[in-house]
Structure formats: structure tokens, C-alpha cells
Ligand binder design. Structure first.
Ligand SMILES: NC(=O)c1ccc[n+]([C@@H]2O[C@H](COP(=O)([O-])OP(=O)(O)OC[C@H]3O[C@@H](n4cnc5c(N)ncnc54)[C@H](O)[C@@H]3O)[C@@H](O)[C@H]2O)c1
Length: 264
């Protein structure tokens, strides 16, 4: 018996990075999985890959910033697979810049895609989970929920909101069998990371110095923890903001230097 046999899961932003790794992980442990993403080709491709490997998977175009599309995504999972047990709200897009120069439209879109979307995902998924008698929600936040980053105010603001919104869902629905947790990754090597590297002009070595493990995390390492949170192994965990960061937040960053710079 695999941990997710008979379960149905939706992962948003699953055409790439952490979402794709989570989708593969949940499917490999028996879940029927639905990809919700705006990248149609990559979304279809991962659903087909899972299907070709003997799993159950389908893609549906979904802009998570649009409530009607998120509702349609949930309806698709329920009509095709008979219900919904797991919702991983994971998609993200952000812009950034100095606060005084930040385009209000960039701010609005970032908050819409990273925070309002999580509300939409939970709002749409909860009735289906209640129908099923329970479920598990995992929302992707970030270690930036706990501190700011230069030129990234929409991102860290949205992620802080995700952590507290998730606590609200946990306390409202815990007695109805639904657990809700956020996951707070550190620096993970995904396409989004590579964009950040270019945008912020940090070298890979600089980023590795920010980790106690001395390396970037891989999407599979986040997916394994999301799967844990979705599983009965985590039956006692709700309302948590679980940090998976290779130790990046374990040290105080004095003077902007990694504690490892200058040491071997
Ligand atoms: N990579 C990191 O270092 C890191 C660290 C902390 C948190 N995170 C978070 O992890 C999550 C996944 O990021 P990733 O690094 O895998 O990035 P990624 O760029 O590989 O994947 C993001 C996915 O979201 C999709 N997406 C973007 N806008 C969307 C929209 N409006 N509707 C639906 N889908 C949309 C993209 O098409 C893409 O498939 C995000 O919430 C991100 O903020 C990433």
C-alpha cells in the first residue's frame, strides 16, 4: 500500500520546478494528480510523462489569479477522479524593484498570483475536501516570509501573508478533518532560482555560501517534505510553517556576509 493510493491531488505551478517535483512524488506514491499551470505545453508534457509511467495525471490550463479558473480546476479533479484530498497551492510570479519606483501593477499582480491565489485555491478546494470528510492543504511560502530581501517587497509580503493565511485555514477547518500547512523553502535550484540569479546578479557560489549545507537545495528535497505534510505521517501537524532551507535561516547574517566567507 502506497501512501497516496486512492487519493486525488492538485498541484498548481506544476509544469516546472518544485511543483513538478511534487507532482511526480505524489503520483509515484499512488495519487491521481492534476496539473494546474499557465504553461500549456510543459503542463501537458508532465501529465503525459506520469501517464506513460503508469500513473493517473491530467493537465488543465489555470491562471491561479483568476477565481473562476481555480474553481474549474477543482471541478475537473472532482468530476474526473471523484473527489479531492490534497491541494498544493504552489504557483508564483513576482516582480520587484525599489519601493519608491515599484510599478503598482507589478505589486498588484505579484500579490494576486502569490497570495490571493492561495485564498482562491483554498476557497475552491475546501468544499470538495469537506465532502470527502477531510484533506490536506500545503501552501508554498518561502523563508522570505520571515524577513525582507532587497528589491523583493511584493514577494516577501505575499509569502508572509501565505504563512498567516494558512494558519487561519488550519484553525477554521482542523476540527473538520482538514490540515493546512505552509512550506518555506530556502534557495532551490529551479527556473525561478535562475531568473533570480540573473536579476539579482548573485553568483551560484554566493548563494551556496548562504546555506549551512554549502549547496543549493533540489526540487525533490522540497517535494519529499510536501508529500510528508500531505500524508498520514503528518497527521498531527497543522498550521505549521515548515522551513526547508538547508540551514540558511540558522545563522545571523552580520554585515551582509555569509558566516562561511573567508573560511574553507
Ligand atoms: N526556487 C526557490 O529558490 C524558491 C524558494 C522559496 C520558495 N519558492 C516558491 O516555490 C514555488 C515554486 O517555485 P519554483 O522555484 O519551482 O519556480 P518555477 O518558476 O520553476 O515554477 C513556477 C511555476 O508557476 C507557474 N505559474 C506562474 N504564474 C502562474 C499563474 N498565474 N497561474 C498558474 N501557474 C503559474 C509557472 O508557469 C511555473 O510552472 C513558488 O511559490 C516560489 O515562490 C521557490
Amino acid at each position: 500500500m502506497r501512501r497516496f493510493d486512492g487519493k486525488v491531488a492538485i498541484v498548481t505551478g506544476a509544469a516546472s520546478g518544485i511543483g513538478a517535483a511534487t507532482l511526480r512524488r505524489l503520483a509515484s506514491e499512488g495519487a491521481a494528480v492534476v496539473v494546474g499551470d499557465i504553461q500549456d505545453e510543459a503542463g501537458e508534457a508532465i501529465a503525459q510523462e506520469i501517464g506513460a509511467g503508469g500513473g493517473e495525471a491530467s493537465f488543465r490550463h489555470c491562471d491561479v489569479a483568476d477565481l473562476s479558473q481555480v474553481e474549474a480546476l477543482v471541478e475537473h479533479a472532482v468530476s474526473r477522479y471523484g473527489g479531492l484530498d490534497i491541494m498544493h497551492n504552489n504557483a508564483a510570479w513576482t516582480g520587484g524593484g525599489w519601493v519608491a519606483d515599484l510599478d503598482p501593477e507589478v505589486w498588484q499582480r505579484s500579490i494576486q498570483v502569490m497570495l490571493t491565489s492561495v485564498f482562491y485555491g483554498c476557497r475552491a478546494a475546501l468544499p470538495a475536501m469537506l465532502e470527502r470528510g477531510g484533506g490536506s492543504i500545503v501552501n508554498t511560502a518561502s523563508i522570505e516570509a520571515f524577513g525582507g530581501e532587497m528589491l523583493a517587497s511584493p514577494y516577501s509580503t505575499a509569502k508572509a501573508g501565505v504563512v498567516n493565511f494558512t494558519r487561519n485555514v488550519a484553525i477554521e477547518y482542523g476540527r473538520k478533518g482538514i490540515r493546512a500547512n505552509s512550506i518555506c523553502p530556502g534557495i532551490v535550484e529551479t527556473p525561478m532560482y535562475h531568473q533570480m540569479e540573473t536579476f539579482a546578479k548573485h553568483s551560484r557560489e554566493d548563494m551556496e555560501q548562504l546555506s549551512a549545507l554549502g549547496r543549493l537545495l533540489q526540487p525533490d528535497e522540497i517535494a519529499a517534505v510536501v508529500a510528508f505534510l500531505c500524508s498520514e505521517d503528518a497527521s498531527g501537524i497543522t498550521g505549521a510553517a515548515l522551513v526547508v532551507d538547508g540551514g540558511t535561516t540558522a545563522f545571523v547574517n552580520l554585515g551582509g556576509h555569509s558566516p562561511y566567507s573567508g573560511s574553507s
